[in-house]
Design a protein around this ligand. Structure first.
Ligand code: FMN
Length: 212
């Protein structure tokens, strides 16, 4: 690979979008829509529990095969061609994103279940999502969690605190109302945009606060 190609590959490093079994699977769908439209390269992994939550929230089945998943997520996001999307099996701890030598822009876990937060906090790597998060931590890369649970127990708060202490950014799935949301997507997109802000990615036409 030439130096020019190497420099270009640095600029187009993939982003890991991880989905865990918390409520709110519309969040990663909206994130995918905007990221793919903006031509980002995404490595996507969904935990095993996500399949059950998808079924409960959408009344449809989420496919397990990576090739089918790519079509599935593109269809959900309504983005057929731009952006690169690679889907990984939940248990494939031999995937690229399980290695520290795989260069990324960072990783977002959206939504993040309390179970996944606990396992990342404890350093467990029992599936690909947890391993990829563990790798981001050991490599000193950006790791952003979007926790979704209510109310939080003291155990949840302690795990989230421990994660914040290690440099993880916690962006709770809490929308704002000052931008006058009219639709559910407006509320969701606020959370997605504030999450992507943490990686300095600005690809959502969000009405930002302009002052009085
Ligand atoms: C319909 C449904 C909704 C759920 N919502 C949440 C949630 O919002 N937050 C959470 O922490 N767990 C939630 N759970 C429980 C998790 O899915 C469960 O703890 C699971 O083991 C998480 O696994 P994972 O973290 O590997 O994805 C939900 C489960 C179901 C079936």
């Amino acid at each position: 690979m030439s130096i020019v190609e190497l420099e270009r590959s640095e600029l187009t490093k993939p982003l890991i979008l991880a989905i865990s079994g918390a409520s709110g699977l519309i969040y990663p769908v909206r994130a995918l829509k905007f990221l793919l439209e903006a031509d980002y390269t995404i490595d996507l992994v969904a935990s095993k529990s996500t399949y059950m939550v998808w079924q409960a929230e959408q009344d449809t089945r989420m496919p397990a095969e990576p090739e089918q998943q790519e079509l599935f997520w593109r269809k959900q996001a309504g983005v057929e061609t731009p952006g690169k999307l690679r889907c990984h099996r939940w248990g494939d701890v031999g995937a690229t994103i399980a290695s520290g030598s795989f260069r990324t822009q960072g990783m977002i876990v959206m939504p993040c279940s309390m179970s996944t937060a606990a396992k990342i906090s404890a350093g467990l790597s029992s599936d690909l999502l947890e391993r990829a998060a563990d790798v981001q931590l050991k490599e000193g890369k950006k790791l952003i969690l979007v926790p979704r649970e209510t109310p939080f127990s003291l155990v949840h708060l302690r795990n989230l605190t421990a994660l914040a202490e290690t440099g993880v950014t916690i962006v709770p799935a809490i929308p704002a109302w000052y931008h006058h949301p009219q639709t559910i997507e407006d509320l969701v997109d606020f959370v997605v945009a504030r999450t992507l802000d943490q990686l300095d990615i600005n690809c959502i036409p969000l009405k930002r606060w302009q002052g009085h």
